[in-house]
Design a protein around this ligand. Structure first.
Ligand code: PMP
Length: 407
């Protein structure tokens, strides 16, 4: 029996409160989602019952904590359909995962004159690490632009690929425009040139169907806190052949096999990439968040959120002087807009006085804002606990602010 999506809201205690004397309408989910009670309880339970450092201990708590942590890894591997559990590496989040790859892949596989391709739709976290790596390695940082719809041009992408291309980094869903990028096709084209692809799934893994094996992603990264799990935990997935070939990122405890003054040999996967004491409680919390998500039918979830998005975009489109950014044929989770003559920041502050939480500004995507010649947008973003009523309150709030400021 799958869980009814309409019952989800009740599972999130933070949503029951009022903010500025109004029932909270939380529409800042692309920044971080709220957590169901079960995921919060998992953190308390870990520290109440289980806390011990993992892997190295042989006492009962250490063994149980290790089992719980490795159980969480298995849940993540199952959730993204990784072929092997040890292809799943715990990190602090998407940003750390991208940096892990940029440093290790750059050191091993990128030489002066080589090329790396990112897109103009990337979050800074999947842009700056590649730009910096290219500067360190004297490689060329190439950027695939987006068109007037906020979509990537695959014909242009194909022409950019050549024998010097070493890696492609692309998000599945843009955090600023919500564009769903054709990552399967991008991967297919890149693989035809034997180029591996990193998929930044920070805005997709919680919203749209995903399967790293059928997608054939070489690397796939996301953050726990954007998918109803705790902060401070994220995932770096890599195909085994790549993880074996890459050097370690951070070094220290746990990632070693044998240490002498002259040399060190490294631990097996996944520990080679998990130096130091990991975020054990957060990993377990992420596992519980995945259990929570798996109660819903994934297609029903996707359809529910897509209906909600269309409903919200239609409501906003009826508001005079309101501009919606991008018109991609497939959009997920994001409503990006501005009202002519009203600063996005002011709109955000005024919506907050009504208990409506949205984000304003560049959303860590200055290249997108520069291309659109704007300083930022108002961004409402969705999660499974949002309802049509939330979007009606947003549209109503925007109308009231327009009236107030333009009188
Ligand atoms: N990539 C995308 C597409 C994102 O939306 C975000 C977060 N806004 C990140 C990367 C960075 O995630 P984190 O801050 O959790 O590392």
């Amino acid at each position: 029996m799958t869980k009814d999506i309409h019952s989800a809201r009740a599972d999130f205690p933070i949503l029951k409160q009022s903010v500025n004397d109004h029932p909270l309408v939380y529409l800042d989910n692309a920044a971080t989602t709220q957590k169901p009670q079960v995921a919060i309880d998992a953190l308390v339970d870990y520290y109440t019952r289980l806390n011990a450092n993992i892997h190295r201990g042989n006492h009962s708590l250490a063994v149980q904590a290790t089992e719980a942590y490795e159980g969480a890894r298995r849940k993540v591997a199952g959730y993204i359909n990784a072929e092997r559990n040890h292809e799943v590496i715990f990190t602090r989040g998407t940003t750390e995962s991208v940096n892990l790859l940029a440093y290790t892949y750059g050191e091993k596989f990128v030489q002066a004159g080589d090329e790396v391709i990112v897109t103009q739709l990337e979050h800074h976290s999947n842009y700056v690490p590649w730009q910096q790596m290219c500067l360190r390695r004297r490689a060329t940082f190439r950027i695939l632009p987006f068109n007037e719809h906020g979509e990537l041009d695959l014909a242009l992408f194909e022409r950019m690929l050549n024998e010097k291309t070493r890696l492609v980094a692309v998000n599945h869903v843009s955090n600023s425009l919500g564009t769903v990028n054709p990552v399967e096709e991008i991967i297919r084209l890149a693989h035809a040139h034997e180029v591996p692809v990193l998929v930044d799934a920070a805005q997709s893994v919680q919203h749209i169907a995903h399967d790293v094996q059928s997608m054939d992603a070489d690397f796939y990264v996301f953050s726990g806190h954007k998918m109803y799990g705790p902060m401070g935990i994220g995932i770096f997935y890599g195909k085994e052949k790549w993880l074996e070939a890459l050097p370690p990122f951070l070094s220290g405890g746990e990632m070693i096999d044998n240490v002498t003054p002259e040399k060190v040999t490294f631990n097996v996967l996944p520990y080679k990439f998990e130096a130091g004491t990991p975020n054990v409680a957060q990993a377990i919390g992420l596992g519980v968040a995945i259990d929570y998500l798996k109660q819903f039918d994934p297609l029903e979830l996707q359809n529910y959120e897509e209906d909600l998005l269309t409903y919200g975009l239609n409501l906003l489109a009826e508001i005079p002087d309101l501009v919606i950014y991008g018109s991609p044929s497939h959009r997920s989770g994001i409503l990006p807009f501005n009202v002519n003559g009203i600063q996005h920041y002011d709109m955000g502050v005024l919506l907050d006085t009504m208990g409506i939480a949205v984000r304003t500004g560049q959303h860590c995507t200055q290249p997108i804002m520069d291309a659109l010649h704007i300083s930022g947008t108002v961004r409402a973003s969705l999660a499974l606990y949002n309802s049509r009523e939330d979007l009606e309150k947003l549209a109503d709030g925007v109308r009231r602010i327009i009236k107030m400021l333009k009188r």
